[in-house]
Ligand binder design. Sequence first.
Ligand code: ZN
Length: 268
Amino acid sequence: MPEGHTIHRLAARHRELFAGQTVRVASPQGRFAAGAALLDGRVLLDTEAYGKHLLHHFAGESTLHIHLGLYGTFADGELPAPAPVGQVRLRLSGARHWLELRGPTACEVLDPVLVAALRARLGQDPLRDDASPRPAYARVAASGKPVFALLLDQAVVAGCGLIYANEVLFRAGLAPTTPGRAIGAQCWDELWDDLRALMKEGVVRGRIDTVHSAHTPEAMQRAPRVDRHGGEVYVYRRTGQPCLVCGTAILRGPLAGRNLYWCPTCQP
Ligand SMILES: [Zn+2]
């Protein structure tokens, strides 16, 4: 599933292509026909990302809410748009560009009350300027759940996904099973700051790199990682490979229903 940095990149891209324009909205597949009819011909005022949720705000207090889930994808290009092929949930056209959405988990029109309710369900998003680590820490410090699960809980930290959760715990030298209530305020602030910095870099690069400069392929004179997710990481999907810091084999195991990867030496 795309992590928050991808959604922030999409929000910026869609703002650049469509903000301030009157847009045509359609649902070639038909499943979003009623919602598309509501938005068609309106001005797309602005876009924003909140965690893994993408919001397109339209004139008339209507917001298009999209969650890509596991299978959702966007495509865009310059007009004229190609004929829709396959299951296109949403087709949006502006002055010069088109946008297509396939396979999302959510594609719906929300009014301001429902947008507020969505935000209220979500935790703090480290990529947003209005974010603060304090509300997240209040929940972490009150919980007996593993910090790994808390990082992945969208009601605690919005936008953090599996790769960032695994990597930020490695970088902190923290055992992923550490219960939230055992995490001190300063430790949480450091985790938050590191996560925020990594995710901001992800927005710029469009991929997730988490290794320090001493552990890049060039610095270590090793081959770059080969993985469809791209990016240089310490533990994510590196089961059985040597830790880049200490050489211990990276372990994998289920935790909170998700794939946890960790170095048993660096994260005792
Ligand atoms: Zn290690």
